[in-house]
Design a protein around this ligand. Structure first.
Ligand SMILES: *Cc1c(COP(=O)(O)O)cnc(C)c1O
Length: 358
C-alpha cells in the first residue's frame, strides 16, 4: 500500500502516472523498447516531447510568443543562467528577497552582474511579503526576479507584481497549482521535482523577445537561445523525466485542468491551516494573506513533542513531515499529486495527537 508522502521535493507523483509508467516501462506502446532506451532524435521520442510541451501549453494557456524549454541543472542553475542571459553590461536587475530560495538566487546572480535587492522580508522575519509600494525599484531594470512561493518558509505571493521590467519568477514549488496569466511574465522557471515530475528536468517558459541577449561568456549549454533553436535538444535531454512529466501533464488535464486543481488545492490548504489555527498545540507564523498553498510549515508548542509526533505519523503512513533542516519544526508539502485524503488523514492524526497530550 502506498503511503501519503508530504515530501517537499522530490515529491509525490500521481499513482496513476506511476502505474502507467510501470505498464509501459519495458515496452513502450508495443515498440519493443523503453523510453529510456530511445534515441532522443527518434520519431517516437520527438512525439513524446512535443505532446508534453503541447499539454503544458494547454494547461497554462501559454501564449504563442513564449518558448518552453526542457533543461537540466535544476532551478539552482537558473540562478546563474538568468543574469547570464538577461543582464547586459551596465544594466541592473532588481530582486525581491522573501526567503532562502530568493537569497540563493541573489547570491549566485551577483557573480554575473549588478543586482539591486529592491525589497526584503527580513525585517518581518520572512513572515510576510513586503508590500509593493515599499519596493526600491531601479530605473530601467533588465528584469525583476522574485520567488512566488518560498518552499522552505511557506511564504507565497497571492498577487503578481506590477512593474515595468520583465518579471522573472522561480515557480519551482507553485507552478500548475492553479491557473496563471503567463502573459504577465517575461520568464517562469521551475525544477520539476516539486509539482511537475521527477528530478532532473527544469522547465523554462520565456517570452521570445528576451532571447538572444546572452553575455559573451555564457556557456553554450546555458544559453536559452541555443536551447530554443534546438527544441531543447542541443545535447541529450533528460528523456525519461521529460516523458514522465508529460504523463503528469495529461493526468492534470484529465483531472479537469488547473481550474479544477485550484479548487482542490484551495480546499486542501484551508483544511490544514484551519487545523493549525484551531489548535493550541500547532502554530504557523506566516501572515494569513501570504500563506503558501503548497508548503505548510508548522511548529509544536513544545519541541520535545516533535520526535513522537513524527514517529506516530510515520506509523500511520504519513511520511516526510519533518521541517527543513534550516528552520526545524514540521512541514507538510501538499502539491497537486497529494490527494485530499492525505490532508484529511494528517488533520485527523494532528487532532488525535493533540488530544493525547491532554
Ligand atoms: C527546490 C527549489 C529550488 C532548487 O531546485 P533544484 O532543482 O534542486 O536546483 C529553487 N527554488 C525553489 C523555490 C525551490 O523550491
Amino acid at each position: 500500500m502506498r503511503a501519503f508522502n508530504f515530501c517537499a521535493g522530490p515529491a509525490a507523483l500521481p499513482e496513476a502516472v506511476l502505474q502507467q509508467a510501470q505498464a509501459e516501462l519495458a515496452d513502450w506502446q508495443g515498440k519493443g523498447l523503453s523510453v529510456m532506451e530511445m534515441s532522443h532524435r527518434s520519431e517516437e521520442f520527438v512525439g513524446i516531447a512535443q505532446k508534453a510541451e503541447q499539454d503544458l501549453r494547454d494547461l497554462l494557456a501559454i501564449p504563442a510568443n513564449y518558448k518552453v524549454l526542457f533543461l537540466q541543472g535544476g532551478a539552482s542553475s537558473q540562478f546563474a543562467m538568468i543574469p547570464l542571459n538577461l543582464l547586459g553590461a551596465g544594466q541592473v536587475a532588481d530582486y525581491i528577497d522573501t526567503g532562502i530560495w530568493s537569497k540563493k538566487a541573489i547570491e549566485e546572480g551577483q557573480r554575473y552582474g549588478q543586482l539591486n535587492v529592491a525589497a526584503s522580508a527580513k525585517a518581518d522575519k520572512y513572515f510576510a511579503i513586503p508590500e509593493q509600494a515599499s519596493w526600491q525599484l531601479s530605473k530601467d531594470a533588465a528584469y525583476l526576479h522574485y520567488t512566488p512561493n518560498e518552499t522552505i518558509g511557506g511564504l507565497e505571493f497571492g498577487w503578481i507584481p506590477e512593474v515595468d521590467a520583465p518579471l522573472v519568477a522561480d515557480m519551482s514549488s507553485t507552478i500548475l497549482s492553479r491557473p496563471l496569466d503567463v502573459s504577465r511574465f517575461g520568464m517562469i522557471y521551475a525544477g520539476a521535482q516539486k509539482n511537475i515530475g521527477p528530478a532532473g528536468l527544469t522547465i523554462v517558459i520565456i517570452r521570445e523577445d528576451l532571447l538572444g541577449k546572452a553575455q559573451a561568456a555564457c556557456p553554450t549549454m546555458f544559453n536559452y537561445q541555443v536551447a530554443a533553436d534546438n527544441e531543447s535538444m542541443f545535447n541529450t535531454p533528460p528523456t525519461f523525466a521529460w516523458y514522465l512529466s508529460g504523463l503528469v501533464f495529461s493526468w492534470l488535464k484529465a483531472q479537469g485542468g488547473l481550474t479544477a486543481i485550484e479548487q482542490l488545492n484551495r480546499r486542501k490548504q484551508e483544511k490544514l491551516y484551519a487545523a493549525i489555527d484551531n489548535s493550541s498545540l500547532y502554530a504557523n507564523p506566516i501572515a494569513v494573506a501570504d500563506r503558501s498553498w503548497m508548503n505548510v510549515p508548522f511548529t509544536l508548542a513544545d519541541e520535545r513533542l516533535e520526535k513522537p509526533f513524527l514517529a506516530g505519523a510515520e506509523a500511520r503512513g504519513l511520511l516526510n513531515l519533518k521541517g527543513h533542516r534550516s528552520v526545524g519544526g514540521m512541514r507538510a508539502s501538499i502539491y497537486n499529486a497529494v490527494p485530499e485524503a492525505a490532508v484529511d488523514a494528517l488533520v485527523a492524526y494532528m487532532q488525535e495527537f493533540e488530544k493525547e497530550q491532554g
